[in-house]
Ligand binder design. Structure first.
Ligand SMILES: N[C@@H](CCC(=O)N[C@@H](CS)C(=O)NCC(=O)O)C(=O)O
Length: 234
C-alpha cells in the first residue's frame, strides 16, 4: 500500500514527491499560517492550490480529508509512528507541526500552555470575529439596511486588537522573545484587516502601536515573505 492510497484527496491533487508533506491550501489568512510555519521550519513540502473561488474545498476528494470543507489541510506522510496522517483546522495543524519539530513553541510546560492559550485566542476570537467583520464591512456594506452587523464586528475587532496590544506591550513577540505559532496564527489576520479589508482606519489600527510594530516584524521575516504567497493565486 502506498502512503497516499487511503487519501482520496491525493487522487485529485497528486503528490510529485510522496516523501514530502502535502499542503492543500489557498493564500488566505488561515491558509498562509501553514505555509509560513512550514517555511520557518524548513520542512520539505508540496503546496497544492485548492481554489476556494471554484469551490474545490467542497469536492468529495477534499471533503474526505476535511468534512468541514475549508482550507487549509495537510497530509504528513511521516506522521506518528511513521504512518501517514491527515489533519485539518489551521490551529491543529500548527500545533502538530510545532510538536513534531519541537520548534515554534516554548519548551517549558508553562510557556507551552501559554502559547497554546494565545493560539486558541486567535482561533476562537480573532479569526472568526475579524472574518465576520470583513464579510460585512468589505463585501456586504452596500446591501445592508441596518448598521448593526458592521458596528458589532467592528467593535469586537477593535476590542480584540486592544487585548493583543496589551499582550504585546513590552514584548517582541506574543511569547516575549520567542517567535511561535501564536504569532504565525495571528499576524495574517491583522494584516488582512489592514490590507485586504482596508479597514485599518475604521478600526483605528494605528492606535494599537504595539500591534502595528509587531505586525511589521512578523511580515518582514523571510519565511513570512515566502509563505504569504503560497500557494500562488490562480
Ligand atoms: N477554523 C478553520 C477556518 C478555515 C476557513 O475558514 N477557511 C476559509 C478560507 S480562510 C475557507 O476555506 N473558505 C471557503 C469556504 O468556507 O467554503 C481553520 O482555521 O482552519
Amino acid at each position: 500500500m502506498t502512503k497516499f492510497e487511503s487519501f482520496p484527496i491525493a487522487n485529485r491533487w497528486k503528490p510529485a514527491d510522496p516523501e514530502k508533506l502535502q499542503l492543500y491550501s489557498f493564500p488566505t489568512p488561515n491558509g498562509v499560517k501553514i505555509s509560513i510555519a512550514l517555511e520557518e521550519l524548513g520542512l520539505p513540502y508540496e503546496a497544492h492550490l485548492a481554489d476556494i473561488i471554484e469551490d474545490d474545498q467542497k469536492t468529495s476528494e477534499f471533503l474526505s480529508l476535511n468534512p468541514n470543507g475549508k482550507i487549509p489541510t495537510i497530509i504528513d506522510p511521516d506522521g506518528p509512528g511513521g504512518e501517514p496522517i491527515g489533519i485539518f483546522e489551521s490551529g491543529a495543524i500548527l500545533l502538530y507541526l510545532a510538536e513534531k519539530t519541537d520548534k515554534l513553541i516554548p519548551a517549558d510546560p508553562v510557556g507551552r500552555l501559554e502559547c497554546i492559550q494565545w493560539l486558541f485566542f486567535q482561533m476562537a476570537g480573532i479569526g472568526p470575529m475579524f472574518g465576520q467583520y470583513g464579510h460585512f464591512y468589505k463585501f456586504m456594506a452596500d446591501k445592508l439596511k441596518d448598521p448593526y452587523p458592521i458596528e458589532r464586528y467592528e467593535n469586537e475587532t477593535r476590542r480584540l486588537l486592544g487585548v493583543l496590544d496589551d499582550r504585546l506591550t513590552g514584548r517582541t513577540w506574543i511569547m516575549d522573545d520567542e517567535y511561535t505559532i501564536a504569532d504565525i496564527a495571528t499576524f495574517p489576520w491583522v494584516r488582512t484587516v489592514r490590507d485586504f479589508y482596508e479597514a485599518g482606519d475604521a478600526v483605528g489600527l494605528d492606535d494599537f502601536t504595539y500591534v502595528t510594530a509587531w505586525l511589521e516584524r512578523c511580515v518582514e521575516r523571510p519565511a513570512s515573505q515566502k509563505g504569504l504567497t503560497i500557494p500562488p493565486r490562480p
